[in-house]
Design a protein around this ligand. Structure first.
Ligand code: AHR
Length: 509
């Protein structure tokens, strides 16, 4: 494949949609050491007065996270939010059945909102529709968002939070299609409960943005039928349906892992088709978008093989996956997929943020550091601005994979910020052997030159960062070629993620 260049056509007219800043969301769940020992560790040398780790906060800001979903996940389906507010010495310690852990409730909504403000992120709150219903969701909404003069808003004020939080985005439960979920329901049962909860919440605030639970993944036997039924019940009451998907290497099949975003593309297309089918059936003029509020590489098979601890302990380390360069390429290509669907996927949350299935690792009492997957996320979040552009590749080679059949070796998307005169191209090369040579057709961008080329690659696709060597894998800035008569020639190494930043040369300077 190395001898035939792939022609990559980019044109400002190939517009998909504006870049949604909410694409760069993450997820904090009371699971393992994500909260305790991740966001919150009062004895840590970097902890502030509340107990929040400042070193972790710095990395979250550097990662460019914009939205954080909280407090679960499976955890939320058994959670009583009231346990996590008020004086800490009066908060109850409870069993968390979802992760077979002991929950001290030392960290709850008020601590999360303090953390969210320090991190500069938008909160996205999930309500418990597993073991609870509309009444408790309304109570939480009153506590969080009502200015004052009612029992629960005054309770918040008595906890020192005078100003209401003004939380706009709310998830109506979590993965209610999954038999593992506390309070698991059929699509009809959940659709009714979600619709009634949404209607009640909107009687308090019609401007809330609400997310109905979609499927836990495309392999669920109920996938698509679940979305259709839930949306038949909730169409007028919600704005989004959720999607969850985790990628992992199975049985040493690296080619299929590297092609994971092909499955993600298909999943999104199928959900969009289902939403639009319900729109047609309900004769609605409204469009339901996707909140892709859990996605990442997760070595879930390892997790299921080990299982949750048999003892009841507080914040046991769970799913602290060590990510490879190949995993980082998968994260980069997942972001390319999400950007390419910006017309319908307007919220996305990588799961999770710290320690558990996460880009950031925080050592107990020690430093916090960046996993390989941190980098494509941080760079895409920082540089994807303006409008997403569809990119057309001609003479593009393909490769056969066991899981997805024949897939393109390259995956490319671009964003174009015409105010800043900046074009950014994000590309992955999924091939494992030879570099891919590219001939980029930039004739529709006269005067643009390559300002920066950053590559994440290692000769060993399984290279990873560790606490002993946290900077083993980092993105490298490489000397880029010159744009010559609107063409840019370059080579992408195998198993790599690349970002090209092009800016318009100021001819008056
Ligand atoms: O992110 C880990 C778990 O994965 C979440 O709790 C659940 O929603 C999903 O199955």
């Amino acid at each position: 494949m190395a001898d035939r260049p792939v022609t990559v056509h980019i044109d400002p007219a190939f517009r998909i949609a504006p870049v949604s800043r909410r694409t760069f969301g993450s997820f904090v769940e009371h699971m393992g050491r994500c909260v305790y020992g991740g966001l919150y560790e009062p004895d840590h040398p970097s902890a502030d007065a509340v107990g929040l780790r400042r070193d972790v906060l710095d990395l979250v800001r550097e990662q460019g996270v914009t939205v954080v979903r909280y407090p679960g996940g499976n955890f939320v389906s058994g959670y009583h939010w009231e346990d996590g507010v008020g004086p800490r010495d009066q908060r109850p310690t409870r069993l968390d059945p979802a992760w077979h852990s002991v929950e001290t409730n030392a960290f709850g909504l008020d601590e999360f909102m303090t953390w969210a403000q320090a991190a500069g992120i938008e909160p996205m709150l999930a309500v418990n529709l597993g073991t609870r219903g509309p009444r408790e969701a309304l109570d939480l909404l009153e506590y969080a968002n009502h200015p004052g003069g009612t029992r629960l808003s005054d309770l918040r004020r008595s906890h020192g939070r005078e100003t209401p939080y003004g939380i706009r985005m709310w998830c109506l439960g979590n993965e209610m299609d999954g038999p593992w979920q506390l309070g698991h329901q059929t699509a009809h049962e959940y659709g009714r409960r979600a619709a009634e909860t949404a209607r009640a919440m909107r009687m308090i605030d019609p401007t809330l943005e609400l997310v109905a639970c979609g499927s836990s993944g495309p392999d669920m036997p109920t996938f698509a039928a679940w979305e259709a039924t839930v949306l038949e019940h909730t169409y007028d009451q919600v704005d989004f349906v959720s999607a969850h998907l985790y990628h992992e290497e199975r049985d040493g099949d690296l080619a299929s892992l590297l092609a994971s975003s092909v499955g993600m593309d298909q999943f999104i297309d199928d959900i969009v088709a289902t939403c639009d089918h319900v729109r047609a059936r309900t004769r609605s003029s409204k469009r339901i978008n996707i909140s892709f509020d859990e996605w990442n590489v997760w070595y879930m098979r390892d997790f299921l093989a080990t299982g949750v601890p048999t003892e009841w302990v507080q914040a046991p380390p769970l799913s602290e996956d060590d990510y490879t360069v190949a995993d980082a390429v998968v994260v980069g290509s997942s972001l390319i997929t999400l950007l390419r669907h910006s017309d319908r996927v307007t919220v996305a949350c990588q799961a999770q943020l710290v320690n558990t299935i996460a880009a950031i690792r925080a050592e107990p009492g020690g430093p916090a550091w960046r996993q390989t997957i941190f980098y494509p996320f941080a760079l895409t979040a920082r540089y994807a601005r303006g409008t997403v552009l569809r990119v057309e590749c001609t003479s593009a080679p393909t490769t056969d994979t066991a899981r997805y059949g024949d897939v393109p070796l390259l995956d490319v998307v671009a964003t174009y910020d015409d105010d800043a005169d900046e074009l950014v191209v994000f590309a992955v090369h999924r091939g494992q052997r030879e570099p891919a040579t590219i001939d980029m057709d930039l004739r529709a961008f006269p005067g643009y030159r390559l300002a920066e080329q950053v590559v994440l690659h290692d000769p060993d696709p399984y290279a990873r960062n560790t606490s002993a060597e946290p900077d083993r894998v980092r993105p490298q800035t490489v000397a880029g070629a010159a744009v010559d008569q609107g063409r840019l020639a370059l080579a992408l190494p195998p198993v790599s993620w690349t970002m090209l930043r092009l800016t318009r040369v100021d001819v008056t300077a």
